[in-house]
Design a binder for this molecule. Structure first.
Ligand code: ZN
Length: 257
């Protein structure tokens, strides 16, 4: 059986600032719209492959700024979420979706069981192992990591505009999200900031928070930024500066761990 990834494709996981001493650990599952070469275009148009269904535009750039400013490690996935969505477990239909918003994904329709498994083995599992190792390694060394997963969402979904600009998402552990929301409202950050919008746990988007945060007792949050706010370098810098302030204050307000 031939595997999925080629030598040209390279590793599915990228780690930046691996040795950074800061307490934050940033994770970006939807950083890239790159497709493994054996998957071609999955039958999608160029427009669809450029759109939010294939990746989270701007999320990687903001994550890199945060990683730099907060001296924190950043782990991101190098392939499109249409090849495998690393924020979903292998048994989820959304891991290799047949439909994403208004687009059908023909290349995900006719997969054999082996093809499915090779995406799990070669894209999801190495990513899962890298993040797990980063969290477990910090805990074993007596460090107290803070997990932040970074995402962006489309301003118009199924034709309806969205007012929310910054979503603070969480599952059962709301220690950090509560403090982020409080900091955002106290400081009147100038964005429309909401809890568990435009998605929440019921949408199945908290897989990474559960696997890498809750499972280890590590404070965690998923940040969703409306992607029109981080389209260019200026927007990305403004957003990153805002998040640095909010995150730093929120962590300082956490009870002793
Ligand atoms: Zn995302």
């Amino acid at each position: 059986m031939t595997g999925l990834l080629t030598q040209t494709d390279g590793s599915p996981v990228a780690i930046e600032n691996a040795e950074a001493g800061g307490e934050f650990l940033f994770v970006c599952e939807h950083a890239s719209n790159r497709m493994p070469e054996r998957l071609g275009t999955l039958g999608l148009s160029e427009d669809a492959l450029e759109s939010h269904i294939a990746w989270d535009p701007g999320a990687l750039a903001v994550s890199q700024l945060l990683s730099e400013k907060l001296h924190a490690t950043l782990i991101f996935q190098r392939f499109s979420r249409l090849a495998y969505d690393c924020n979903r477990p292998p048994d989820s239909d959304a891991a290799m979706p047949l439909v994403s918003e208004i687009y059908e994904v023909p290349g995900n329709r006719a997969m054999t069981a082996e093809e499915r498994q090779s995406r799990v083995d070669e894209i999801y599992l190495p990513f899962h192992e890298a993040v797990t190792r980063a969290v477990a390694g910090r805990k074993a060394a007596g460090r107290q990591p803070i997990l932040v997963t970074m995402h962006s969402f489309t301003p118009v979904y199924f034709g309806a505009p969205r007012a929310v600009e910054l979503g603070i998402l969480h599952d059962a552990d709301s220690r950090l999200p509560d403090r982020l929301l409080a900091a955002a409202s106290n400081e009147d950050v100038g964005y429309d900031v909401r809890r568990n919008e435009p998605y929440g746990p019921a949408d199945g988007v908290t897989h990474s928070l559960i696997e890498y945060g809750i499972r280890f007792g590590v404070p965690n949050v998923m940040i969703e930024i409306r992607n029109d706010l981080i389209r260019d370098k200026i927007g990305q810098r403004v957003m990153a500066d805002c998040l640095v302030g909010l995150l730093t204050k929120s962590v300082a307000a956490l009870p002793a761990r």
